[in-house]
Design a protein around this ligand. Structure first.
Ligand code: ADP
Ligand code: NI
Length: 218
């Protein structure tokens, strides 16, 4: 199959079917928002938008967090799907490379992207980790995993390896300090950095209010 519109439409249906009832903030609507963010970021660049859209659509179908930490499942499922549609090998390889490199792996672990397309998809995914939606997703994820909202006795950690980051069972509030507040300085594109500013400020305001309420101060 080489009709790009048809391939994207079929991929959308495939991802929807896989992720429609996902309860940890990695559901179909997360994918929808990431694709919208990615389209917006593409508007300012000369990139292969087909690769960007495919990677945005397929980036969470086999997330390591839901496959015992195995990071090879996502790219493998994406490859199998795209091969079943007879997508060109070069495009499959590019999409799978993006999916492999995309994830945040701990505050002390760099996550460089090898192509402009990858940088856009990574920024699009990271924008959805910020702001009001980012806050909602963080507590959805924590609830899904049975985590506490917050525990003043468990301080945030710096994770120097992906393994240490993956092993963490800390309360959801720690995730803001271990990942979310760091993202604005780890974006690839100027357009994403601009959008991130407001979302970042909103999270800071949320944290200040949350911590004040904790001790009955507000
Ligand atoms: P990435 O897309 O970079 O791999 P993840 O899929 O790990 O990022 O995380 C996506 C979202 O899931 C986070 O932005 C956050 O909202 C939530 N999340 C992931 N890990 C945690 C955690 N340990 N505690 C709370 N929320 C988490
Ligand atoms: Ni994602």
């Amino acid at each position: 199959m080489n009709n790009r519109t048809e391939i994207l439409a079929q991929t959308e249906q495939h991802v929807k079917a896989q992720l429609s009832d996902e309860g940890s903030g990695h559901d179909w609507w997360h994918v929808y928002r990431v694709r919208q963010n990615a389209r917006m970021l593409c508007a300012q660049e000369t990139v292969d938008t087909f690769v960007v859209e495919l990677a945005a659509l397929l980036h969470d179908i086999g997330d390591h967090k839901f496959h015992d930490g195995d990071t090879s499942v996502g790219p493998r499922l994406a490859r199998e799907w795209l091969a079943s549609l007879q997508v060109d090998e070069a495009i499959i390889a590019h999409v799978c490379h993006i999916i492999t490199d995309l994830s945040f792996k701990g505050s002390g672990v760099p996550t460089p992207m090898a192509s402009r397309e990858g940088m856009i998809v990574q920024d699009a995914d990271r924008l959805d980790a910020l702001g009001a939606v980012g806050i909602a997703r963080t507590f959805a994820y924590g609830g899904h995993k049975g985590r506490l909202l917050y525990d003043p006795d468990i301080p945030p950690a710096v994770h120097d390896s992906f393994a240490a980051y993956q092993k963490s069972t800390a309360p959801s509030l720690n995730h803001f300090y271990e990942k979310l507040l760091l993202l604005k300085d780890r974006l690839n594109t100027a357009a994403a950095r601009r959008l991130a500013e407001k979302r970042h400020a909103f999270m800071e305001q949320f944290l200040e209010q949350f911590l004040a309420e904790w001790d009955g101060n507000r």
